[in-house]
Design a protein around this ligand. Structure first.
Ligand code: BTN
Length: 336
């Protein structure tokens, strides 16, 4: 049964009080007073927080205390929303243990006129989708899979810019928070040692001169170990854990990404900001300057990637002259 708003508010208030008094025991009486509700209602909200994986300890006769959340592996929507309070773009987190695809969940909300800034997060997708009609596989409770509802002032031909902004934000998060040398591969992959760590998929609906909404979905391999990666993709896939040698709290990675992504989105939608974002992407994209193989539909081209157009397409100098690819699969060739 869906939880009512009141229950969600109680959970949020209790989490806030525990979080803002680290290590302290918060008396139940203070919580009941603050929530203007009964001990029973407080207990129920505490249980709901625990169900989300938040480590709330009961101290008999005294109250409640929050245990360390630094290494928490669970994804608690109440906790994530708390950490999104300073985020100018995101404010709501929907967590599902399982769904068909978070892209679908967000599209449905977009069609119901939901405001931008909602995030759908899951552990398992039965119809997880990747680019070009491929599927996206993951492993429960190890990785991050989420989609975001955006309503940017962009034209449909500029949707690729969302992938570039998200790619920059993932790369920066993985480098700064996790200390791994993540690289951006055009159009929207994040690699480490030439193996894929993260994929990004943006889809939009609109009319010729404006987008009604866009859904940007992201899959990041976070805590999978080598043995967790299926044999058929072990040569081309990796995870943050494999690259860094340690596990990461997924909630922290998510919140840090969302902060950075909101920053890149604000740059993208500011006056003259798209050109600035593109300049950052050109400098940060590992594909530029590389010899590459480009697969588009049934055709294969080789050449050197030289630039990104203002719409985010890739410019490649081939034997047959300059070609521009709005969408394609790219393979980096090893330089001699
Ligand atoms: C790709 O590299 O092909 C893009 C992969 C995008 C996967 C994510 S996981 C969360 C969201 N839901 C989906 O069904 N796909 C995206």
């Amino acid at each position: 049964m869906a939880k009512t708003n009141d229950e969600a508010t109680s959970r949020a208030m209790i989490f806030e009080m525990l979080m803002e008094n680290p290590g302290e025991i918060i008396p139940s009486s203070l919580l009941t007073q603050k929530l203007s509700s009964s001990r029973q209602a407080v207990f129920k909200a505490v249980c709901a927080l625990r169900d989300e994986g938040v480590p709330v300890e009961s101290i008999p006769q005294r109250g409640y205390r929050l245990d360390g959340i630094e290494d928490l592996q669970k994804l608690s929507p109440t906790m994530i929303e708390y950490f999104l309070r300073g985020n100018p773009l995101f404010n709501r987190c929907i967590y599902m243990r399982e769904t068909d695809s978070t892209q679908k969940v967000i599209k449905k909300l977009a069609l119901q006129e939901a405001e931008a800034g909602v995030l759908a997060l899951t552990e398992r997708q039965s119809e997880g989708r990747g680019r070009r009609g491929r599927s996206w596989q993951s492993l429960d409770e190890k990785n991050l899979m989420f989609s975001m509802l955006l309503r940017p002032a962009l034209k449909p031909g500029e949707v690729q810019l969302l992938n570039l902004a998200a790619g920059l934000a993932v790369k920066e998060t993985l480098r700064e928070l996790c200390g791994i040398p993540a690289e951006l591969k055009w159009p929207n992959d994040i690699l480490c040692r030439d193996r894929k760590l993260c994929g990004i998929l943006s889809e939009a609906s609109g009319e010729p001169d404006r987008i009604y909404y866009a859904v940007t979905g992201i899959g990041i391999n976070v805590n999978m170990e080598s043995a967790d990666i299926p044999d058929d993709i072990s040569a081309v896939a990796t995870s943050v854990c494999i690259e860094s040698g340690r596990q990461f709290a997924r909630w922290k990675l998510l919140v840090e990404f969302l902060d950075r992504f909101a920053g890149f989105m604000s740059l993208l939608t500011s006056r003259g900001g798209a050109a600035k974002l593109l300049a950052l992407y050109r400098t940060g994209c590992d594909t530029i300057g590389k010899d590459i193989r480009v697969m588009q539909d049934e055709e294969v081209f080789t050449g050197r990637a030289t630039d990104i157009t203002p719409e985010g397409a890739l410019v490649v100098q081939t034997g047959e002259g300059e070609k521009i690819f709005a969408a394609a699969d790219v393979h980096h060739l090893r330089m001699a």
